[in-house]
Ligand binder design. Structure first.
Ligand code: MN
Length: 418
């Protein structure tokens, strides 16, 4: 792809420079439109309706966009994705008259985002959460085990992960109720039971798996990105007091599996190509099956805000996807090296994406150093952890020359216990 041409592309539909969804992006989302599930592509403040465009005979394949999810399309792989992207990009481009000069077709195929409800883009079969930020792992390890044992010996040799729960993955906008759980605030006393007192968010991104692999056949690292349908934002809601008590020896369980929120728009690797960059230097050098060179990550700005029930939102974190130590390719190669099958629609989350500064810490546990350094919101209130009524919103975008390729947002409000 010629990147100069890429930046210069424009649509007959007006898209402001700060919009996350110019013609350079074209992310996929599922929506509820007039009571029906339709597939769509975001363009500016609108959605281009893929389901109806298919019925009009304007797209290469009808089958992919009949709903109720993108799993079949994700499974179809690069050639199908490229063909659809090329076709949708052409229909929306300034030079193409098919929609531009046909008011009836425009009216049918374009719907304002404000008039639809977004749904989960895929049916998620399996969900894995990695732990790929060295800063995050170091900070959390320091708090839980002390500075000298912060990183476990395996951490710099393999992308550590655990298997999460697919059944509690929800789309942006879904409310999240404060969970009940077992904790042990006083090690000298028996465990306690009740609502978590340290509810947290985790700023993450997640890859959605496209074509999977057969059980027994690892995906080589050089092919790994071809198995990714695209990326979304992910908030891995966490109950830190429950986690601290339950996590040894097998890792997170009830502290994490009550809710995981994702953004509705799936941004393709192709749309992210202009924003490629090199990842952090890896020392020690990983084993051969994890070797990679070149620009293996992407420059994606990430932000988190907290909005209390009676105040405005305050940005509490600015981070970047490229801080991650382990790349998407390394995650896929490692996940499958033993023959584990990935399936279309599986979600591979990055782990909390923290940077080197306190302001780039991707969760409150780190941001407030386990509650010892509270942050102050715009309305003067302080936060150690989340309170009932708080709205947590994460957003992300790549800044191009005069345009952005963005992810929209993933947002959710904390509800009190019933
Ligand atoms: Mn996580």
């Amino acid at each position: 792809m010629n990147l100069t041409d890429h930046a210069a592309r424009s649509s007959w539909l007006e898209v402001p420079a700060e919009s996350h969804f110019p013609i350079q992006n074209l992310p996929y989302g599922m929506m509820l439109r007039a009571g029906e599930t339709h597939a769509g592509v975001a363009i500016g403040a609108h959605v281009f309706d893929l389901t109806l465009a298919s019925r009009e005979g304007l797209l290469p394949s009808k089958a992919f966009f009949a709903g109720p999810d993108f799993n079949a399309f994700a499974a179809a792989g690069l050639s199908a994705w490229s063909a659809a992207r090329e076709r949708v990009g052409r229909l929306l481009s300034a030079e193409e008259p098919t929609l531009r000069d046909d008011p009836r077709l425009r009216e049918t195929l374009l719907v304002p985002q404000s008039e639809v409800t977004m749904l989960l883009p895929v049916t998620v079969g399996d969900y894995t959460d990695f732990y790929s930020s060295k800063e995050h792992a170091t900070n959390v390890g320091t708090m839980l085990r002390g500075a000298e044992n912060a990183l476990m010996p395996n951490w710099v040799h393999l992308p550590v992960a655990y298997h999460g729960r697919a059944s509690s993955i929800v789309v942006s906008g879904t409310e999240v109720r404060r969970p009940l759980g077992q904790t042990r605030p006083d090690p000298a006393a028996p465990p306690a039971f009740g609502p978590t007192k340290s509810l947290d968010y985790e700023l993450e991104m997640a890859a959605i798996v496209g074509p999977g692999n057969t059980r027994g056949d690892p995906i080589p690292i050089e092919d790994a990105e071809d198995h990714l349908f695209g990326l979304v934002l992910l908030n891995d809601w966490s109950a830190r007091d429950v986690q601290a008590w339950e996590y040894q020896p097998l890792g997170p369980f009830l502290a994490k599996n009550f809710a995981t929120s994702i953004s509705p728009w799936v941004v393709s690797i192709e749309a992210l190509e202009p924003f490629r960059k090199a990842g952090p230097t890896q020392d020690p050098k990983p084993l051969p099956y994890l070797h990679q060179h070149g620009r293996t990550t992407f420059d994606i700005r990430l932000e988190v805000s907290i909005q209390p029930i009676d105040g405005e939102a305050t940005t509490v974190c600015v981070s970047n996807f490229s801080h991650l130590y382990w790349s998407l390719g390394q995650q896929v190669a490692h996940h499958t090296v033993n023959g584990c099958p990935l399936r279309p629609g599986d979600l591979l989350a990055s782990g909390t994406i923290s940077g080197p500064t306190p302001e780039s810490a991707g969760c409150l546990l780190e941001r407030t150093w386990r509650g010892t350094k509270p942050i102050t919101l715009a309305n003067g209130q302080t936060r150690r952890f989340l309170e009932d009524g708080d709205r947590v919103t994460m957003t992300a975008w790549c800044q191009g020359d005069g345009y952005r390729v963005g992810f929209g947002e993933v947002t959710g409000v904390v509800l009190g216990v019933r």
